[in-house]
Design a protein around this ligand. Structure first.
Ligand code: SF4
Length: 412
């Protein structure tokens, strides 16, 4: 296991007194999309039941250890959470809520594939307490959906959205992808217009990244698919920004838009460096001054939860390195050093269109942002990627397009 500085974890009472966010990783998909490098597997249906048992047990163990803190958000991500049976998803959620009681108005999100959202699954999801759906539409062009290896059509995605609405979901997010091989501006405009007409509360638009080792990356390398054009992708992003603004959406994060009041509370917790606990294979956590993550493979994960169950639990708490070192589900952890914490503030909070509050940075880190990053900020302002706005520092329109270059400047 990877370790770092010998820094004690924050005391349990502080963790228990603040609501946290809960991420639940569901590592199964009916089929693996060729562009995807997430920790998810096809053809592993036999592992679903053991996974659900293990995730419920992991939740119970962490709940005991942390003193059963409240959860302000729960996010089922993956993978394809909607690919689990409704009974499995319901058992998992109710078990987690028993260990992490929900705050009043807590946001409970499940990512969903349109192909899974029949009426009975939707009713079950709503009934069990899921109050936000994030539907992976990706495109409203059937040819592009086929190239992406998606198992739904454009009509299927639209129908799933309408069924979710008719079922009673009042907070729905749709995902679209741009910068795809073969994707024209006209196709993109049609997809953007199509989802805007549905008026979902939230939209996430992701530019394709060719992840090394994925099937799509290999197809591009072999010349079987054209290399995506970054200039065209930038034009697509600009088009979306204008179209979303015209339709009344607020652009609040580099890739995310919403109607007022419908920001993803769960993702905001990541970007604002609030505490979160990850449950499931490969899930990451940021808690008590540490970042840690679980073992990746579902079978390995289920065995490690069993080992943890068989180990006497140290009296409630997350007290020191020894506690994390002896947690069988963890593959690695590191204490968050002051310099790491400041860098994270820069590259996570700058993702938000409102940017970073200089006074809040000073309050949180005990030093002014300018004292730490003055040279980098001056340089990025001079080349038009960052701008000051009173107490705030934020990305410019150009900076939104080149955000990775900005973030690199704050990483050692
Ligand atoms: S459905 Fe989502 S998580 Fe599953 S393989 Fe496709 S992109 Fe990856």
């Amino acid at each position: 296991m990877a370790t770092s500085a010998n820094k004690p974890l924050s005391d349990t009472s502080r963790i228990a007194s603040h609501p946290l966010s809960l991420y639940v990783h569901v590592p199964f998909c009916l089929s693996k999309c060729p562009y995807c490098d997430f920790n998810t597997y096809q053809g592993m249906e036999h592992a679903m039941s053991p996974y659900v048992e293990a995730a419920m047990q992991e939740g119970r163990l962490w709940g005991e250890r942390l003193g059963n803190p409240l959860a302000a958000t729960v996010f089922f991500g993956g993978g394809t959470p909607s690919y689990l049976g409704a009974d499995q998803l319901g058992m998992l959620l109710s078990s987690l809520v028993a260990s992490f009681p929900l705050t009043e108005g807590a946001e409970v999100t499940a990512e969903a594939n349109p192909g899974d959202l029949d009426e009975s699954k939707l009713h079950a999801m709503l009934h069990m307490g899921i109050n936000r759906l994030s539907i992976g539409a990706q495109s409203l062009d059937d040819g592009l959906l086929q190239m992406l290896g998606r198992r739904h059509t454009a009509a299927g995605a639209l129908a799933a959205y309408r069924r979710a609405r008719a079922t009673g979901f009042t907070n729905i997010s749709l995902d679209l992808m741009y910068g795809l091989p073969h994707q024209s501006m006209e196709q993109w405009q049609t997809s953007v217009q199509g989802v805007i007409e549905l008026a979902p509360e939230h939209l996430s638009l992701y530019g394709l990244t060719l992840e090394p080792g994925t099937g799509m990356d290999q197809q591009v390398r072999r010349g079987l698919l054209p290399e995506p054009d970054p200039d065209l992708a930038a034009d697509m992003y600009e088009h979306a920004r204008e179209a979303m603004a015209d339709a009344g959406y607020k652009h609040y994060e580099i890739s995310n838009w919403c109607f007022p009041g419908y920001q993803s509370q769960h993702n905001l917790a990541y970007w604002q460096l609030k505490p979160y606990l990850g449950i499931g294979p490969g899930a990451h956590s940021n808690l008590g001054g540490f970042r840690f993550h679980n073992v990746k493979l579902p079978a390995h994960y289920a065995r490690s939860v069993q080992n943890w169950s068989d180990t006497p639990v140290r009296a409630p708490g997350l007290d020191d390195h020894a506690t994390l070192e002896s947690t069988p589900t963890l593959e690695g952890y590191e204490a968050t050093s002051p310099s790491t914490s400041m860098a994270e503030t820069m590259f996570l909070e700058l993702r938000l269109l409102e940017g970073i509050s200089l006074s809040e940075f000073h309050r949180r880190h005990g030093v002014s942002l300018r004292a730490v990053y003055g040279a980098e900020v001056d340089d990025l302002v001079s080349i038009g990627l960052l701008e000051s706005d009173g107490d705030r520092l934020k990305l410019t329109s150009e900076g939104l397009l080149l955000s990775n270059q900005v973030f690199m400047r704050f990483i050692d």
